[in-house]
Design a protein around this ligand. Structure first.
Ligand SMILES: NC(=O)c1ccc[n+]([C@@H]2O[C@H](COP(=O)([O-])OP(=O)(O)OC[C@H]3O[C@@H](n4cnc5c(N)ncnc54)[C@H](O)[C@@H]3O)[C@@H](O)[C@H]2O)c1
Length: 250
């Protein structure tokens, strides 16, 4: 018996990094996974990985900047599997910019993907989560819990994810739906490998971003995600769970 037998999981960012690892992990534990992303080639890669290990997955192109796409993603999961038990809001964008270099276009893009898409997909999935007694796991960041140089725009979006998680947890406190967030520090994914950094940064300022412990791998985040999203810890609600090697502790 898998922890997610008979359950359907709607996962954003399923084409890459943590979203891909979560899709593979939940499918391995019995979930029917509905993976969405803008990256169709990455989605196909995830689908192959899940299928090769005998799991069940359907994928759909979804640009989280579009509220219509968010609604189609929730409807697609219900069409495919008849239900939504887990919503994993994992997709996101990040890059560095000095304050003076942040553009209106860049600010809007980051907020549209990291915050607006997360909110409106949650809104669309909520009736189905209420019906199934399901739960939501958002991927926030250490950047939502501490101030970091050169990422004022990103910190603002992840601070919003932290607050949205808490606000939803309060509004849904009397329902069966749980809402939590995982706040990773550095994770070895395509995002960090291809990270756009500012030229000639002040190295002293960057020290606040570097933990003493090694970077996590996407599979580490997926393991915690699966625990939080499972029925094993019903009291975990409204939690922001750090996986940052102690970065935000002291
Ligand atoms: N990698 C890290 O060190 C780290 C640390 C803390 C938090 N995070 C957060 O973790 C989450 C996953 O990041 P990752 O490291 O796996 O990155 P990743 O780049 O490997 O994956 C992010 C995914 O989001 C998708 N995406 C981007 N724009 C989209 C859009 N408009 N619509 C739909 N999907 C879109 C991408 O196509 C990609 O598949 C993000 O929210 C990120 O901010 C990452």
């Amino acid at each position: 018996m898998g922890r997610f037998d008979g359950k359907a999981a709607l996962i954003t960012g399923a084409a890459s990094g943590m979203g891909q690892a979560v899709a593979v992990r939940l499918a391995a534990e019995g979930a029917e996974v509905f993976g969405v992303d803008v990256n169709d080639a990455g989605l196909a890669e995830t689908a192959s990985a899940v299928a090769e290990s005998g799991g069940r997955i359907e994928t759909q192109h979804c640009d989280l900047r579009s509220v219509a796409d968010c609604r189609d993603a929730a409807a697609g999961c219900v069409d495919a599997f008849g239900r939504i038990d887990v919503l994993g809001n994992i997709a996101g964008l990040s890059w560095q910019d000095r304050v003076e270099d942040v553009t209106e276009e860049g600010w809007d893009l980051m907020f549209d993907v990291n915050v607006k898409g997360l909110f409106f997909l949650t809104q669309a999935a909520l009736p189905h989560l209420l019906a199934s007694g399901g739960n939501i796991v958002n991927i926030a960041s250490n950047a939502g819990l501490q101030g970091l140089a050169y990422t004022s725009h990103y910190c603002a979006t992840k601070g919003a994810v932290v607050q949205l998680t808490k606000a939803l947890a309060m509004e849904l406190a009397k329902t069966p739906v749980r809402v939590n967030a995982i706040a990773p520090g550095g994770v070895d994914t395509p995002m960090t490998r291809n990270y756009r950094q500012v030229d000639e940064p002040d190295r002293h300022l960057l020290r606040r971003m570097i933990a003493f412990k090694p970077m996590s791998r996407p599979e580490h985040i997926a393991a915690l995600f699966a625990l939080v999203a499972s029925d094993e810890c019903p009291g975990v609600h409204g939690a922001i769970i750090s996986v940052d090697g102690g970065l935000t502790t002291g």
